[in-house]
Design a protein around this ligand. Structure first.
Ligand code: NAP
Length: 331
């Protein structure tokens, strides 16, 4: 029996389905013959039209209006599902939200991440969902002054909440608290919950408006600034993250956390790779070396042992640019 036949007729829910990563998860699930309950805050918004155009969307995609902080709306979307991919969480541009700005004050960032995740898990438990995959982040892994210096960072490592607060990194705080509370709550109520922690996600967009991580690449191509910092980036391709989520979902032996971050690159490497393929964009004129910046040696070994494969950074970057051109946000 082909693998997809075994998966046939399964129904799963994807939260925040119109977002950058979730759109790829929905696309992959539909291609593997799942029926998908997709939660969206505004299902009739034009910005989600890409979902309706996916192959098999007409037959197998059902849209649900749901907000993470509205339990009944989330519960209605999850009812009848075998599995749930909880992807939705606020992602600001830059780690520090502006307390004055909507929609990313500290409360608006942390509440949906933490309370929203617990709402999803409670609804999963009530609906007898068999397995839940929660998208966390390496933001929940690396942001700590106590990590083993120069050593490999694996799933045992956690960001330090007090440290995140002290340095005003509320995104890391939100992801760390959401993931740790999710695993704790799952243990208490006996729910099968796995978490996947990607680093910076790049790669082609299916949606039309650029999300926070795609904006980092777009800035390198459009800004034409005099100088910018040469930073380290731990990265992964959006399509490889979607594959990782389905891989852990489908493997009975999968358990606990999975770091999903195969590459370390730098601003300089990315600019050089992009310039080699696209000479004419407005790249930064100079890259300044940053002293004492962290270079996290995170390991995706646990995921690779499960059978996960990933593509090279150059393919990710080139495919990103092609998708920005198609979306009309880059000439
Ligand atoms: N991109 C990265 O580099 C990266 C790296 C590591 C981990 N992650 C994680 O990956 C996940 C997806 O991120 P992304 O990059 O795909 O960002 P994205 O495109 O901004 O997607 C985030 C999604 O969360 C939804 N959302 C936010 N608050 C919500 C609420 N209160 N109720 C319901 N939905 C809500 C948004 O819905 P609307 O469409 O209604 O705004 C959006 O669809 C997040 O959990 C993020 O932390 C991302």
């Amino acid at each position: 029996m082909a693998a997809w036949e075994a998966e046939k007729d399964r129904t799963v829910c994807v939260t925040g389905a119109g977002g950058y990563l979730a759109s790829w998860v929905v696309k992959l699930l539909l291609s593997r013959h799942y029926t998908v309950h997709a939660t969206l805050r505004k299902p009739n918004d034009e910005k989600y039209v890409h979902l309706k155009k996916l192959d098999k969307a007409a037959e197998n995609l059902k849209l649900f209006k749901a907000d993470l902080l509205d339990y009944n709306s989330i519960s209605a979307a999850i009812r009848g599902c075998d599995g749930v991919f909880h992807v939705a969480s606020p992602v600001p541009s830059g780690s520090v939200p502006n307390p004055e700005a909507r929609p990313f004050s500290i409360v608006e960032l942390v509440e949906p991440a933490v309370k929203g995740t617990l709402n999803v898990l409670k609804a999963c438990s009530e609906a007898n969902v068999k397995r839940v995959v929660v998208v966390s982040s390496t933001a929940a892994v690396v942001m700590s002054p106590n990590l083993p210096e120069g050593e490999i960072i694996d799933e045992k490592c956690w960001s330090d909440g007090e440290y995140c607060k002290a340095i005003n990194n509320w995104y890391c705080y939100s992801k760390m608290v959401a993931e740790s509370e999710a695993l704790q709550y799952a243990k208490e109520i006996g729910l099968d919950v796995l978490t996947v922690c990607p680093s910076y996600i790049f790669g082609p967009m299916l949606q039309h408006d650029a999300n926070a991580s795609s904006l980092i690449l777009l800035k390198l191509l459009k800004d034409g600034c005099e100088e910018t910092e040469n930073k380290f980036y731990n990265t992964v391709d959006v399509r490889d993250v979607a594959e990782a989520l389905l891989l852990v979902y489908g493997r009975p032996e999968a358990e606990g956390r999975y770091i999903c971050s195969p590459h370390v690159t730098t601003t300089k490497d990315m600019v050089e790779t992009l310039r080699k393929n696209y000479a004419n964009y407005k790249y930064p004129k100079r890259l300044i070396e940053v002293k004492d910046q962290s270079r996290w040696n995170v390991s995706s070994e646990k995921l690779v042992r499960l059978g996960w494969r990933f593509r090279p950074v150059e393919e990710t970057l080139v495919d990103s640019i092609e998708s920005y051109r198609q979306a009309g946000i880059l000439d």
